[in-house]
Design a protein. Structure first.
Length: 275
């Protein structure tokens, strides 16, 4: 018997990385999954994003865990696409209990940019990481409310949203601003939805062992300045945590163990925020 038997979870950025990990763990605990991913690259991001084939691989892993998944291509920046995907999933499964805004990009680069390019990079990262998370929640929450059973929303933030990132350009500054913005959004939603027993929380990871943290552009960005590399090091003796470490925190927040936890920014960060 799983912690989430009979429940349905909506997850953005589900093709790979953290999103896939969340989908599989929640499925192992009994949830059916509605998962979306943009399934195309972003011109301002320095590494390739998840593909439709990878999204279908996530679906196969969910099915291997004994649950069902509606896996659809949708861009979190487009409310119409996201709403259509959530509506289709709810039509298939008959309910929605959990929403996880996970999709994100990190367009770090050591290359020189023009001021105009930097502004466009800012817009790109804020549109996906902050506005996209809000759009996903906006599409999902009415379905959770309609069930009248309560539920849970989780926004995947970052230690940079609490600690600050290195630099204030479009990439680093935009990423840190978007992840900090998620925490403000989380607290506002938590206050608004508490009377309906819908909990809203954020998980705040340090670097996670996914393509976002291990691509060549990110490595060059960190290694380009020894002070930056030191700033981004974890106090505990681990370079990066694993996706499952974040998924376990998500499970706690959306399951019965976290039934009275709301408005919390939960670090899973090897001590990064505390240092």
């Amino acid at each position: 018997m799983g912690q989430l038997d009979g429940k349905v979870a909506f997850i953005t950025g589900a093709a790979r990385g953290q999103g896939r990990s969340h989908a599989v763990l929640l499925a192992e605990q009994g949830a059916d999954i509605i998962g979306i991913d943009v399934c195309e690259d972003n011109p301002y991001n320095a590494y390739p994003l998840g593909t439709y084939e990878e999204l279908q691989e996530t679906r196969a892993l969910v099915e291997k865990a004994g649950r069902r998944m509606v896996a659809l291509k949708a861009d979190v920046r487009d409310f119409g696409q996201v709403k259509a995907a959530v509506d289709k999933g709810v039509e298939e499964f008959g309910r929605l209990d959990i929403s996880i805004s996970n999709a994100g990009i990190a367009p770090m680069s050591w290359a020189e940019r023009s001021e105009e390019e930097d502004v466009e990079i800012w817009r790109a990262v804020v549109d996906v990481n902050l506005t996209g998370a809000w759009i996903a929640a906006k599409a999902a929450v009415p379905h959770i409310q309609a069930g009248g059973r309560g539920g849970a929303v989780v926004l995947i933030s970052s230690s940079s949203g609490l600690k600050g990132f290195s630099g204030y350009g479009g990439a680093g500054g935009g990423y840190g601003a978007a992840k900090a913005g998620l925490l403000g959004l989380m607290r506002s939603m938590a206050n608004a939805l508490a009377p309906e027993s819908i909990r809203v929380n954020a998980v705040v990871p340090t670097a996670v062992n996914t393509m976002m943290a291990t691509n060549e552009a990110m490595t060059a960005f960190i290694n380009g300045d020894p002070a930056r590399a030191k700033h981004m090091a974890n106090p505990m003796p681990v370079g990066m945590v694993e996706p499952i470490d974040i998924s376990q925190a998500v499970l706690y927040l959306v399951g019965d163990s976290g039934r009275y936890v709301t408005g919390v920014a939960l670090p899973v960060d090897a001590g990064f925020v505390n240092k």
